[in-house]
Design a protein around this ligand. Structure first.
Ligand SMILES: Nc1ncnc2c1ncn2[C@@H]1O[C@H](COP(=O)(O)OP(=O)(O)OP(=O)(O)O)[C@@H](O)[C@H]1O
Length: 268
């Protein structure tokens, strides 16, 4: 696919997300899951966070999404504090969680229907169909989730996230339930969509290669308490492709991150 010239250029340095001295202590057990996390995500940038299990990645994403209040610090999105769920935040999780009694198209339109009613959802059908085409499942619009493959269901979930035209995409291991081949393919699809829409994206993942192939910047987290231990800028050219995984440069970056995380954490 040929990208318009401006889309192959680096993200302009306009902050979209600004996280300052973010800390979270869970009241129930007094556990400090996050401590003084600072993070800035610029317009069009793809950030990824990686770290061992329990280091606070999901906690951070939930706070960024406005689903969980921080104990201290602040999260700003487009210059306004995130105090609860917002229309300009799109989220995607490991499971697609489509409603089985709605068609693919109906599932994509669900956020509009719930927010603005059936008439608004009907008016948005054209846009939903365009999104389904964008992710390559246009022909599946009338079928039900039970008839979709795992990869198709996650594509529908991508469309459901994009229908509200969010300013940022927050992704919590969106493709980890898929087989490796489908996952690689979906990651390349995700890159294409992000580049086409100049989306600002933040991904939680356990996979170092996935973080490296997708991200402009990787935040390596330490646990107990969760904090950013190192930021790694990935200067591989865009659009990325899966052949890059076999290059020395890619291997060196993966090696560096694996060393930093500690071999124990990932059992490799
Ligand atoms: N609701 C909660 N109440 C108390 N402690 C919690 C709660 N949610 C998470 N924690 C604790 O906070 C820490 C961070 O959890 P979190 O789910 O953010 O980690 P994570 O890095 O996303 O882990 P994983 O990679 O396994 O998904 C963990 O030690 C967890 O036990």
């Amino acid at each position: 696919m040929q990208l318009p010239a401006d889309q192959s250029e680096p993200a302009e340095a306009r902050p979209v997300y600004q996280i300052e001295r973010l800390s979270k202590t869970y009241g129930r057990n007094g556990f400090t899951a996050l401590k003084d996390v600072d993070l800035t995500l610029n317009k069009g940038e793809f950030g990824a966070v990686i770290g061992s299990s329990g280091c606070g990645k999901s906690t951070m994403l939930k706070i960024m999404a406005g689903l969980l209040p921080p104990s201290s610090g602040r999260v700003m999105l487009e210059g306004k504090p995130v105090l609860g769920p917002r229309r300009d935040i799109g989220m995607m999780f490991q499971q697609a969680t489509l409603l089985p009694w709605k068609t693919t198209l109906g599932n994509v339109l669900l956020p509009i229907e719930m927010r603005d009613g059936k008439a608004a959802a009907r008016a948005a059908e054209g846009r939903a169909r365009d999104l389904l085409e964008l992710v390559g499942i246009g022909r599946a619009e009338s079928i039900y989730p039970g008839e979709l493959s795992g990869g198709m269901a996650q594509r529908a979930a991508i469309c459901r996230m994009l229908i509200s035209d969010p300013a940022v995409l927050l992704l919590d291991e969106p493709f980890s339930a898929l087989d490796e081949l489908t996952r690689d393919f979906m990651n390349m699809e995700l890159q294409r969509i992000c580049l086409e829409r100049r989306a600002t994206t933040f991904l939680v993942t356990h996979s170092i290669p996935e973080a490296v192939i997708l991200a402009d910047r990787i935040y390596i987290m330490d646990a107990n308490p969760g904090r950013v231990a190192e930021i790694v800028d990935i200067d591989l050219p865009r659009p990325r492709n899966l052949d890059m995984i076999n290059t020395t440069k890619f291997g060196d970056i993966v090696h560096h991150i694996r060393e930093k995380l500690g071999k124990e954490a990932f059992g490799t």
